[in-house]
Design a protein around this ligand. Structure first.
Ligand code: LMR
Length: 334
């Protein structure tokens, strides 16, 4: 009697262990932008590829639009292991203490995607990702968004037009200095709060690539948008290092493959997505889109390039010089 009870218990135990073993590994991937953005779409692509390549052993749950965490909280959540994967904008590594990442925020440092790619695909990009390791974070890839435009409720054609304006920025000392150089008042605010702050007049204006502006409906509460393309906004896909290192090696290799495919996709669609968001903004008729002349853009560049030197002691002269070398940066021409 006793023996048969023991056998039943053992059998039940084995069954539940088998069921447990079949549970997929869940990766929570949190981000703050809309699903219908370059980052949102690439996150979904990664989820799809991860399921395919691991044959269902991994389930990636994507949480868009700050549904799980806002900007600052998501980084803490990753470090604590409450989420496993994020793709924060590169600006967000400065407040984490890895200030070299703020090189990506320097105004006009990249003339286009190709110049940017030379850095992210080269030794500088790789080296920067390794600086995240002591924070318990592994950097897997760089994903593009695009080049930023200024928006406000008054026309913006010259640096002086932003004087005295309260401008929302991400938490970045470089972006603070950028706004101060224009005589405006930088206001650090979580991305999820920007629409309301613009609507209620808590801030006067902001900067973002068009895909972010459009999908958050900021164009509905900003009368003027100027395509200054004065700075770059992109992402690093990161994971909790302990979680990642603890994955079975075969699963990790399949996920690396999925990430490679999602990264290719992300960097292919970013420009297209921003271009179509711009068309949609124009079509809405809610914002007047202004394309600055070459001279006007150059005036912004001249006003903003001194930020590089001002921020040298924070960002690091060597990293700035290494980026200049990769991109052939020229301070006084476009
Ligand atoms: C912002 O806060 O403006 C951006 O970093 C949002 C994002 O993730 O694109």
């Amino acid at each position: 009697m006793k023996v048969s009870k023991l056998l039943i218990a053992l059998f039940a135990g084995a069954l539940s262990l088998a069921a447990y073993a079949q549970q997929p590994i869940v990766i929570k991937f949190s981000h703050v932008v809309a699903a219908d953005t370059p980052k949102g779409k690439a996150a979904e692509m990664f989820a799809k590829k991860a399921a395919e390549l691991t044959k269902g052993r991994v389930k990636v749950e994507v949480y868009a639009n700050s549904t799980l965490y806002k900007d600052k909280e998501e980084m803490e959540a990753l470090q604590l292991g409450a989420v496993q994967m994020l793709a924060p904008s590169l600006a967000k590594f400065g407040p984490l203490g890895v200030k070299e990442f703020e090189v990506f925020d320097l105004p006009f440092i990249f003339s286009d995607y190709d110049a940017l790619r030379k850095v992210t695909n080269g030794p500088v990009g790789k080296q920067l990702l390794t600086k995240l390791e002591p924070k318990g974070i592994r950097g897997l890839a760089y994903w593009d968004n695009g080049f930023k435009a200024f928006s406000a409720n008054t026309p913006i054609k010259a640096p002086a037009d932003l004087k005295g304006k309260k401008m929302r920025i991400q938490s970045s000392k470089v972006l603070e200095e950028q706004m101060r150089s224009l005589g405006s008042l930088p206001q650090v605010m979580a991305f999820s709060e920007v629409y309301q702050a613009l609507q209620t007049g808590v801030v006067d204006g902001t900067e973002n690539p068009i895909s972010n502006l459009y999908t958050q409906k900021m164009h509905e509460v900003q009368k003027y948008l100027t395509l200054t393309q004065h700075g770059y906004l992109g992402y690093a896909v990161i994971v909790n290092k302990k979680f990642w290192d603890g994955l079975p090696a075969d699963v990790r290799a399949q996920l690396d493959d999925a990430m490679e495919q999602a990264t290719r996709y992300a960097n292919q669609i970013a420009k297209v997505e921003n271009d179509s968001a711009l068309e949609a903004v124009k079509k809405s008729g809610k914002t007047i889109v202004y394309v600055p002349t070459k001279e006007e853009r150059l005036a912004f560049k001249r006003a903003l390039v001194p930020v590089h030197q001002k921020m040298e002691s924070r960002v690091g002269k060597d990293v700035i010089q290494a980026v200049y070398k990769d991109t052939g940066f020229k301070p006084d021409s476009l």
